[in-house]
Design a protein around this ligand. Structure first.
Ligand SMILES: *Cc1c(COP(=O)(O)O)cnc(C)c1O
Length: 397
């Protein structure tokens, strides 16, 4: 028995995650197959001609489409509630494609200032080299969005919650302002995951993911995805992808596809663990700032509650004692690893000022809250008591 893809849109999330967009080969396999093939063969020369003229729909070349990659794209589109999805080789390939496919020289981009390091590079340095002007705003300050979007803009780019400062942006308000200014809104939804926040519900036009994070969730492979309307994907994204080649490998697509089957279970466990740990950490001495969206002490707790269904896997905090105290904490951890990845089954901690955000000037870092004592903690799926014991002993070190 198979169900039409259109009918699968009515399935519940859990069913979509396990079964959505499955396509069986002639061998009737249970688990989705990996089609490790760069090309496809045609029965006749006429068939090849028709395929290249887009007169028949079929696989032509894996830089364009691939059956395993398609299953991942279509399943993620179901989960997100998007018309279309295109998978990419990494989260950065996804973010760059989502912006570069629609921007031209002379266009203006408005972006939230608190961005993942490489996203910041694309907006602040790379796109301006091609004649695109980027204006940054403090994401939590609606007045700054209002001012920046009182003039025409082609696109808006933002992260909410932001990496690593966990700043929330009012998605509905910014999307409304952006649309009045004529801008397409691109949301990097990595920290929220497809489970906790649905940017399309608030008016976003394009959603980008690093699938490397929670979608894989087990630290195995890089991947990314862009979700949008059929029109955006067909007219803008597909030509950009076909000719510039940020395509996802079928093997990685298969790993990520299997990752989607357990995404909701894992994300909810990440969130339960992270909330409990944040509550414990809030009572510890030596922490001058602790950020977790589901704690009432988060400056935008109410906004977080109105946009997300749980607080996510990341806790960020600042230790009194600057870099020395931060390094002492990291070096004292026995279970949690020092790593700049996040959203992994393994709990990971990093010092953004000297790693992911070391490229920023000290002033720019402080502006987005990344001080020398600041640590980002990605809470994994280990036993909660073991994690609490490890983190509290490291805090006392
Ligand atoms: C990791 C990350 C990216 C980049 O993803 P890669 O898969 O590492 O290329 C982009 N945005 C955010 C918010 C991230 O955390």
């Amino acid at each position: 028995m198979t169900t039409d893809y259109a009918d699968q849109r009515r399935w519940s999330l859990e069913t979509q995650m396990v079964r959505g967009a499955t396509e069986r080969s002639q061998f009737d396999e249970t688990s989705e197959a990996i089609f490790l093939s760069s090309g496809y063969v045609y029965k006749t020369a006429e068939e090849a001609e028709k395929a290249f003229k887009n007169e028949i729909e079929r696989y032509v070349y894996t830089r364009f489409r691939n059956p395993t990659v398609s299953m991942f794209e279509k399943r993620l589109a179901l989960i997100e509630g998007a018309e279309e999805c295109r998978a990419m080789s990494s989260g950065m390939a996804a973010v760059f494609a989502a912006l570069a496919c629609q921007l031209n020289a002379g266009d203006r981009l408005v972006a939230g200032r608190a961005l993942f390091g490489s996203c910041q590079y694309i907006c602040a340095e790379l796109l301006p080299r091609f004649g695109i002007k980027t204006d940054f705003v403090d994401g939590s300050d609606l007045k700054q969005w209002e001012a920046a979007l009182s003039k025409p803009a082609k696109a808006v780019f933002l992260e909410s919650p932001s990496n690593p400062g966990l700043e929330m942006i009012d998605l509905k308000a910014v999307c409304d302002l952006a649309h009045k200014a004529g801008a397409t809104v691109v949301v990097d939804n990595v920290f929220a995951t497809p489970i906790l926040q649905k940017p399309f519900k608030f008016g976003a036009d394009v959603v980008a993911y690093s699938a490397t994070k929670h979608i894989d969730g087990q630290g195995r492979c890089l991947g990314g995805a862009v979700l949008a309307s059929k029109e955006f994907v067909m007219d803008k994204l597909t030509p950009f992808m076909r000719h510039t080649g940020p395509s996802l490998s079928p093997f990685n697509a298969w790993v990520l596809l299997k990752g989607l089957e357990t995404l909701e279970l894992r994300v909810n466990r990440h969130c339960d663990n992270a909330l409990t740990i944040a509550q414990v950490m809030e009572k510890q001495k030596g922490i001058t700032r602790l950020l977790y969206p589901w704690l009432p002490s988060h400056p935008q707790h109410a906004l977080a509650k109105s946009q997300m269904t749980a607080g996510g896997s990341v806790i960020s905090f600042e230790l009194a004692g600057g870099k020395e105290a931060a390094f002492r904490f990291l070096n004292a951890l026995k279970i949690v690893d020092i790593s700049n990845n996040l959203g992994d089954a393994k709990s990971l901690a990093c010092h953004p000022a000297t790693t992911t955000h070391q490229r920023l000037s000290p002033e720019d870092r402080v502006h987005v809250g990344i001080t020398d004592g600041f640590i980002r903690l990605s809470i994994g799926l280990e036993n909660i008591d073991d994690l609490i014991a490890d983190i509290t002993q490291a805090l006392h070190a």
